[in-house]
Design a protein around this ligand. Sequence first.
Ligand SMILES: *Cc1c(COP(=O)(O)O)cnc(C)c1O
Length: 354
Amino acid sequence: MTDTLDIKITKTQHSRLAETDFNTLPFGKVFSDHMFVADYIDGEWKNFEILPYGPILMSPAISALHYGQSFFEGIKAYKHADGKVSIFRPDKNAIRFNKSAERLCMPTLPEEVFVQSIAALVDIDREWIPGKANHALYIRPFMFATDPFLGVNPSATYKFVVIVGPVGPYFSKPLRVKIETHYTRAAEGGMGFAKAAGNYGSSMLPARKAAEEGFDQLIWTDAKEHKYIEEMGAANAMFLLDGTLITAEAKDTILDGVTRDTVIALAKSWGIPVEERKVSVAELIEGAKNGKLTDAFGAGTAATIASVASISFEGEEYFLSDPQTREFSKKVLSTLDDIKYGRAEDTNGWNYIV
Ligand SMILES: *Cc1c(COP(=O)(O)O)cnc(C)c1O
């Protein structure tokens, strides 16, 4: 699998696997024994290496820290009942990785190198993939600028790093969400479509304020009028309104989610009409009132399919149907899980077997 990519491998002498409690896996806090690192120097990627997970020594002047030339990806690997291991649609993440890189004036990475780097690391740390339902190995590839230079110019050197860790469910219950009409996540011409680190830094204050008001998540609206739905936290917002699956179109303010794309493909295969278009707050509130909004969820790799319990807008909270009774999102989630965990035939070729 890694025959075209020459990776120097140094295995750890002190595996933390035995001492890791797989029954308590707070999201993003537990990391495996190894990491993948590569350098971009003199206009090319080199020094592909898998080594023990640990700190990376850096100059305090690196431009990633000062000017935000930094972005990431999020992918999951799954363990099947027969012991097989698969990564879900990493080719899609490879394409998006390069879109983020281009927007941030950073070097791209050949798609095969991206996928092979991840597969090699997952292979070495495959014992870290939890076998339990709703559990997976979360894969975090990222790139950042490493020139020690305080000038607002693109760096000439970069690091590409991949870290992985076992995770359980991201959300434990259906979400009370608030429609945000003051703060903005992304504006036209900006970098909302990139998984740029800065997008998440700017989301934290609005998210904390929403949490202080008792909400689990917020739904972003368009920067211009705050009338149209964009995304739900770090997941794509999807709705079933009057029998049609609707979601914001993947334009420059929207992250083109792999889960979003997968849900759309499944819906189409089931004959459900799909509309990727402007979704107004008004039509959702109307649908919540007259009962035509029969499903609402966030779609993302980390969140999977996260049911929305209620939507709040201008101080009014609108409760939707009991998530347990929602046919569409339940079918999406179970179908997705069956494919990812190898229980159903992967007719679309979504599983990359390691
Ligand atoms: C990562 C992310 C998503 C979900 O994308 P997936 O590829 O499905 O994981 C959606 N919106 C934002 C803002 C994200 O960062």
